[in-house]
Design a protein around this ligand. Structure first.
Ligand SMILES: Cc1ncc(COP(=O)(O)O)c(C=O)c1O
Length: 401
């Protein structure tokens, strides 16, 4: 063959029998080749046959799906391009015009936005509940069109933990699908399927991948029949996981339990020290006695997680000064990575709001959110203290400025 042809058809050496790679191979291929048309046609029949086209399935993505199903105790999973891809994909696949959704009031903003959009454009009714009381859910769910209950294991940034066992049992009794966003807890701290959830969704961008270098999402199903029913809709939507993103997520998962241990230990130390600091008027961390969800967190979680928030007595200006004053932590929006990140909603995501509007949104002007990383805790505390204006640091301290 001519060079032009030989260049296109590079050599694909199969592995000799007996040797397998130790890590999951990255199969970065959009499509898969077959010897016979009949085999290709058979493979196109469903989600679990031979691979055809990577929007429908890919070996690296399937390895991630099966790993996540195993961690959550589910029957199967679908990986997505992002957490919002997973949430939007599941909502669009499950809901029909006229359905009612009962949703916890303090959900992630993106989930609120997609529910509000579905309500406006598709006539889906969304009823909000606190998440503290199964009777409140039952009252909201009496309507025969109630289809879905949406919860988050740990709400962001308040740290509220809903009554997962009570609410999910009530949903099951009424034939309502229970969906839980478990991104902030990760399967290390909570496995909502064990409490009766039907679907768990994740932003794998956060703790599961853990290194702030990839976007991803997933839905894990208690019942494989539901996964098989939803799968064709997600193929149509096209928010599928890219193999390289799935590979990076698989690269992060083996250290998830170790990372979660450090996130939790560091956050607990910082929560305690911040609460004792004169510049801090309130700390919100569910593992911390005095938090409204403390008792429940101790029952349904195996640790308090890495996210905490605190209110600075100096209000909006003190919050801005803190997030601009940190030297080890970084001012950035995400969470769940190995590095500590801080944000100040009143001067970033909510900066258009005046004092009254901030109060209505439940955001104190001096509220700082901290995604506590796995750095040495004394360095994080020294950084927090200097950013609080209490203790100047030596010139050698600080990594980012
Ligand atoms: C609880 C929760 N769910 C979902 C998402 C959305 O995930 P992604 O950014 O991967 O789309 C986020 C993102 O911050 C989140 O915090």
């Amino acid at each position: 063959m001519e060079l032009g042809t030989r260049a296109v058809h590079v050599v694909d050496e199969p592995l000799p029998p007996g040797s397998r790679p130790l890590s999951v191979p990255l199969v970065q291929s959009s499509a898969f080749a077959f010897e016979s048309a009949a085999e290709l046609a058979d493979a196109m029949a469903g989600p679990d046959g031979a691979y055809v086209y990577s929007r429908r399935g890919n070996p690296t993505v399937r390895a991630l799906e099966q790993t996540l199903a195993g961690l959550e105790g589910g029957a199967g999973a679908i990986a997505f391009a992002s957490g919002m891809g997973a949430i939007s994909g599941v909502l669009l696949a499950l809901l029909r015009p006229g359905d009612r959704v009962v949703a916890q009031r303090c959900l992630y903003g993106g989930t609120h936005a997609v529910l509000a959009d579905l309500a406006e454009r598709y006539g889906i009714e969304v009823v909000r509940i606190s998440g503290d009381d199964p009777a409140e859910f039952e009252a909201a769910a009496v309507h025969p069109a109630t289809r879905l209950l949406v919860l988050e294991t740990i709400a962001n940034p308040t740290g509220r933990v809903p009554d997962l066992p009570g609410l999910l049992a009530a949903a099951r009794a009424l034939g309502v699908v229970g969906l839980v966003d478990n991104s902030l807890a990760s399967p290390v701290l909570c496995r909502p399927l064990e409490h009766g959830a039907d679907i768990v969704v994740h932003s794998t961008t956060k703790y599961l991948s853990g290194h702030s270098d990839v976007l991803g999402g997933a839905a894990v199903f208690a019942d494989d029949e539901l996964r098989r029913r939803i799968w064709p809709r997600t193929v149509e939507l096209g928010a599928c996981a890219d193999p390289f993103a799935a590979w990076l997520t698989l690269r992060g998962i083996p250290t998830l339990p170790l990372r979660m241990r450090e996130h939790c230990a560091n956050a607990a130390v910082l929560a305690e020290r911040l609460a004792a600091h004169p510049g801090v008027s309130a700390v919100h961390y569910p593992w911390f006695a005095g938090h409204p969800s403390y008792e429940r967190a101790r029952k349904v979680l195996d640790g308090g997680g890495g996210l905490l928030s605190f209110e600075l007595a100096g209000g909006r200006e003190a919050g801005r000064a803190f997030v601009e004053g940190v030297r080890v932590a970084r001012l950035a929006l995400s969470l769940g990575g190995v590095e500590t990140l801080v944000t100040h909603p009143a001067s970033t995501s909510h900066r258009e709001l005046d004092g009254a509007a901030l109060e209505a949104a439940g955001i104190a002007p001096g509220l700082v959110r901290m995604s506590v990383g796995i750095e040495a805790v004394e360095d994080l505390w020294a950084d927090a203290e200097q950013a609080l204006g209490q203790r100047p640091l030596g010139a050698s301290f600080g990594l980012t400025k």
